[in-house]
Design a protein around this ligand. Structure first.
Ligand SMILES: Cc1cc2nc3c(=O)[nH]c(=O)nc-3n(C[C@H](O)[C@H](O)[C@H](O)COP(=O)(O)OP(=O)(O)OC[C@H]3O[C@@H](n4cnc5c(N)ncnc54)[C@H](O)[C@@H]3O)c2cc1C
Length: 424
């Protein structure tokens, strides 16, 4: 059978693309490597348990970086979910539209249709589907807001609104406002089923071409070994920041020299495929609280600060959020009176990101710096076989500017987030 559209990956983007194509009357084949995994357990849907999910082997691709010379040789876990919903099944559910200026900058660089006013209607449509929950405040969050105001960072009633992101705000989550459950792109857009979308469990190992026109995909069905071919008029590769370039490389689209090295016939010599992987630097800063912390009904404590380390409000580069140290899945010490701050982070991996010890009152840098014009890591195929390569090549050459994973003591000076977080 030939489909109008074949969508690879049922994650944040793929599930929505499939649903929108079906709503336009098209026949859709949606192929997801983790579609057969049972995700009915409470842990997947109860937001308070989210921190355990990125380490859950049942839904993990198991990617990790190669040892990072600038992080003291640490290997950085790079969690990606293999399941219906993709990473929306294990992410922190934080809903952030993003900075208006970033979209407009992309449009100015030539990405027609990506300006803020172009994308806004899509956000509004998506929010009507999800329903976005605003985390309620509490005394602890109130003290954070007062401390932020003391530092010149005002309260922002809606960081997604017309006033922009700058400020301290209550988090918004993609949590069902009625049931309190996690929502994934798949559960929201396709959970009720669609007669026009056929979902198949299997690993896409390559795109099939006629000349240089994509006409289908080759899939190893889950539990099987023999590839099956599916044909479609349009092929959408939405397998994530690692999965998508991986499939292109396996299909012969990438740097010719590197493909030849691993025995993949070259279809298109395109050296940019798999390059310029950007991820986020974040740090865990652990503190004890002078008093008991309020209950944490959602994964994170419900407050966030968007600010700028340069003082330039139009160039926000600092996001800081809070979590209770008592939360399941967090690195030790688990203490009901400890709390974690994640400054300048946009990407959290609760395993401790290669460190299992997060001492209180210390800064522990993790992850990768995002944004800017820096070229960062690369996802490269190291063998001709599909899906065997779980280690990424050189994920972060610029780690060096963050001190090589050294644990910094905030008392040695420097602008410390503790100034924002005095609860006294
Ligand atoms: C731990 C963590 C926390 C996060 N927290 C937040 C947050 O709070 N807020 C936020 O906005 N973002 C968050 N993110 C980021 C966000 O979840 C991702 O940006 C988003 O899910 C990316 O969407 P995607 O469609 O590109 O990829 P994904 O959602 O990863 O979907 C890709 C899908 O493709 C499938 N796939 C891959 N390869 C193949 C193949 N060969 N064959 C078949 N299927 C394949 C995968 O199994 C997956 O289901 C977080 C991410 C992580 C890892």
């Amino acid at each position: 059978m030939t489909y109008d559209v074949i969508v690879v990956g049922a994650g944040a983007s793929g599930a929505i693309v499939a649903a929108r194509a079906a709503a336009d009357g098209l026949s859709v084949l949606l192929i997801e490597a983790g579609a057969a995994t049972d995700i009915s357990g409470r842990e997947y849907w109860d937001p308070t348990l989210w921190a355990e999910l990125p380490g859950d082997p049942a839904i993990a691709w198991g990617y990790q970086s190669v040892p990072q010379p600038n992080l003291d040789g640490r290997v950085i876990p790079m969690s990606r979910a293999k399941a219906l919903g993709g990473c929306t099944l294990h992410n922190a559910m934080v809903y952030v539209r993003g900075a208006h200026a970033d979209y407009d900058a992309w449009a100015a660089l030539g990405c027609t249709g990506w300006g803020w006013n172009d994308v806004l209607p899509y956000f509004e449509r998506q929010e009507a589907m999800f329903g976005i929950l605003t985390a309620p405040g509490n005394a602890f969050i109130g003290s954070l807001f007062r401390a932020a105001a003391d530092q010149g960072i005002p309260f922002n009633p809606d960081y997604n609104g017309d006033g922009g992101q700058f400020g301290a705000a209550n988090f918004r989550f993609t949590i069902d406002t009625v049931t309190g459950s996690r929502q994934t792109s798949y559960s929201v857009y396709l959970g009720a089923g669609s007669t026009r979308v056929q979902t198949v469990a299997g690993l896409v190992v390559s795109i099939l071409f006629e000349g240089t026109t994509a006409i289908g995909v080759s899939v190893i069905p889950t539990g099987g070994t023999v590839p099956v071919a599916y044909h479609g008029g349009t092929i959408v590769v939405s397998a994530g920041a690692i999965g998508s370039p991986h499939i292109l490389l396996l299909s012969g689209i990438g740097a010719a020299a590197q493909l030849e090295q691993v025995g993949i016939p070259v279809l298109v010599d395109q050296p940019e495929v798999g390059q310029h992987l950007h991820d986020d630097l974040f740090g865990t800063v652990a503190y004890t609280s002078p008093g008991p912390l309020p209950p944490q009904p959602y994964g994170l404590l419900g407050a966030v600060i968007f600010a700028s380390t340069t003082g330039n409000e139009s160039a926000l580069d600092f996001e800081s959020s809070l979590s209770s140290g008592a939360m399941a899945g967090m690195p030790p010490p688990y203490r009901p009176d400890s709390y974690w701050i994640w400054p300048n982070f946009l990407h959290h991996i609760p395993s401790g990101h290669g460190r299992d010890d997060v001492p209180l009152h210390r800064h522990v840098p993790h992850g990768l710096r995002r944004g800017g014009r820096r070229r960062s890591g690369a996802a490269r195929q190291r063998r001709a076989q599909p899906a065997r390569d779980r280690r990424l090549h050189r994920a972060a050459p610029h780690y060096r500017q963050y001190g090589g994973g050294v644990v910094h003591d905030r008392r040695k000076g420097g602008r410390s987030p503790s100034r924002l977080l005095s609860t006294s």
